[in-house]
Design a protein around this ligand. Sequence first.
Ligand code: HEC
Length: 151
Amino acid sequence: MSMKLVIFIAVSWLQVSTLGWAQENMYPPIVPPDELMAARSLKNPFTTSQEAIDQGKTLYEGRVFCAACHGKDGTGLPSDVDPTTARYPFPRDFTDPKWQTARTDGELFWVLTEGSHGTDMASFLPMYLAEKDAWQIIMYIRTFVKFSEKL
Ligand code: HEC
């Protein structure tokens, strides 16, 4: 095998493997490693219903201002927010199926309870949201993506 060919194969392999790495690491967990197992396995104790989702939407857009940072459509910073006034990291795109599958409900609940330290995401439980409210908002966040259409 010529040297050029060997180099070509090595470079291609490197590109393919780093691409895979980047995709897998687009949404690294926010929950710290020692709490991740417990957070991931936490299940929503309430039954999902249209009524619960509607209540989640009312909270998300209303009293607790999630939409101010996450957008009414869930895609992240709303267009009327000047990005230079917002602190990095910015909110994730809740409509991305890859984000939706990267997170369990329990992980979202953890972030709502603890916040994400060093970012603009504050803790909302139990000060501003009751547990039931939080689960209703999570049910609503899950509706931002239709998996069958986007995957
Ligand atoms: C002041 C702006 C702000 C408000 C208000 C806000 N968030 Fe956030 N939120 C953020 C930012 C910024 C992040 C990203 C944090 C990070 O990258 O670690 C985030 C992260 C999250 C996450 C974790 C996303 C992930 O990848 O796991 C969830 C869930 C979430 N927010 C839900 C909510 C809900 C529900 C509300 C309303 C109760 C809310 N946020 C209100 C700014 C905000």
